[in-house]
Design a protein around this ligand. Structure first.
Ligand code: ZN
Length: 385
């Protein structure tokens, strides 16, 4: 089925103004006024967008697709994500990963869930590993997992966090080299995504690893960089050295949310093309008392991404075309999927998000399939009511 989207106010993510978009065979076939000729032809379904803001489907680099958490024992393990949690939040591409719990959460389960989301119409990739070292793997080797297992694009680890393994600089370099080798041999990104905790070390292990090795700066990508002004300053510095950094959207937006942290990063001179924002969805948000005892936790959701984009525009002086790359073209670049994901251009996958009031999801197409229409999910996961 061919789909004609008429009168979209298109951000691709650059602002292109009023455009028509033709989707066919899961791809964007054409963008522009000439597309209108397809109207009325048999097999062409027309969606009149009436000037609605239309953007690429979001790319979320941090999704606990099999559920995270567990910091308050077995009953605090967060359930796995369901399809519509992502689609109703405008997400069409997700990077699945494990977190604190690399013991009861398996790599095989993560792989199966990743494949399930692909089968259900989204695009999903995954990281092997968890917070701990040695990294749990599928084949016994980080590099071999990246080479041999299709959706695996890199490895996860935790730094500066009491829940991780506090890797030495040498261990971090070795992990980076393994991921990079796997990436080179497979034509994939070969990245290390480093959860950065509240510990004193902040990004010091990454700077030391880069100084003491020949790893390219973009190999180790810290996530949760919004935690403090000191950490944001270090993240800005890493982008100036050629690295990429990730900020986690805030679940309730109290204290200005992560939008405020991103505005601060920009003031610190961060190279914004190398900054991404992800949701950490289905991860836990544990709260610890002064003795390190977990006293409560919340759960994060992918809906935070559009909320933060709205806050960036509404409160922090970003234009929409400055805010959107954080959740579209920039994370697509990290995944090695520029031109295919995070953009609405001929040849790209037909991942198109139409926004309504306050930048809420109105319609969503994922690889050309209509997933959300007028704010309601029209495609659901197999076991969703
Ligand atoms: Zn997480």
């Amino acid at each position: 089925m061919i789909k004609l989207l008429k009168d979209a106010d298109l951000y691709d993510p650059e602002h292109r103004g009023l455009c028509d978009i033709l989707l066919a065979d899961g791809r964007v076939m054409a963008v522009g006024p000439q597309v209108r000729e397809y109207e009325g032809l048999p097999g062409v379904e027309v969606f009149n967008l009436e000037g609605a803001v239309t953007v690429p489907g979001l790319v979320d680099l941090h999704v606990h697709i099999t559920g995270g958490g567990g910091e308050q024992g077995p009953s605090s393990r967060v359930p796995e994500i369901v399809l519509t949690q992502l689609t109703l939040s405008g997400v069409t591409t997700a990077l699945g990963l494990l977190g604190t719990d690399g013991i009861t959460r398996s790599q095989d389960n993560l792989l199966a869930k990743c494949r399930a989301l692909n089968e259900e119409g989204l695009t999903c990739r995954m990281l092997i590993g968890s917070y701990q070292l040695p990294s749990p793997t599928l084949t016994g080797s980080v590099a071999r997992d990246i080479v041999a297992v299709d959706p695996v694009v890199g490895v996860k680890v935790a730094l500066s966090d009491h829940r991780g393994s506090s890797p030495s600089v040498h261990e971090l370099i070795r992990l980076g080299c393994d991921a990079r080798l796997g990436g080179i041999l497979s034509g994939k990104p070969g990245i290390v995504v480093a959860h950065v905790g509240e510990g004193r070390g902040m990004l010091a292990p990454i700077f030391q690893a880069l100084e003491q090795s020949d790893l390219p700066a973009g190999t180790i990508i810290p996530t949760h960089c919004e935690r403090s002004e000191a950490l944001i300053g270090q993240a800005a510095e890493l982008t100036r050295r050629g690295g990429a950094v990730d900020f986690t959207a805030d679940v309730d937006g109290s204290r200005g949310g992560t939008a405020r942290a991103l505005a601060y990063a920009r003031r610190c001179g961060a190279v914004m093309e190398r900054v991404t924002m992800s949701s950490d969805s289905c991860g836990s948000l544990p709260v610890y008392d002064e003795n390190g005892l977990c006293i409560g936790m919340g759960v994060s959701t992918p809906a935070t991404l559009l909320d933060e984009v709205h806050r960036l525009v509404d409160e922090q002086g970003f234009s929409l075309e400055q805010a959107l790359p954080l959740v579209t073209s920039n994370p697509a670049r990290v995944l090695g999927m520029s031109g295919r994901k995070g953009c609405v251009r001929p040849g790209a996958d037909a991942d198109v998000l139409v926004l309504g009031k306050k930048l809420k999801t109105s319609c969503l197409f994922a690889r050309g399939r209509l997933m959300v229409f007028e704010g309601k999910a029209v495609v659901k996961g197999r076991f969703q009511a």
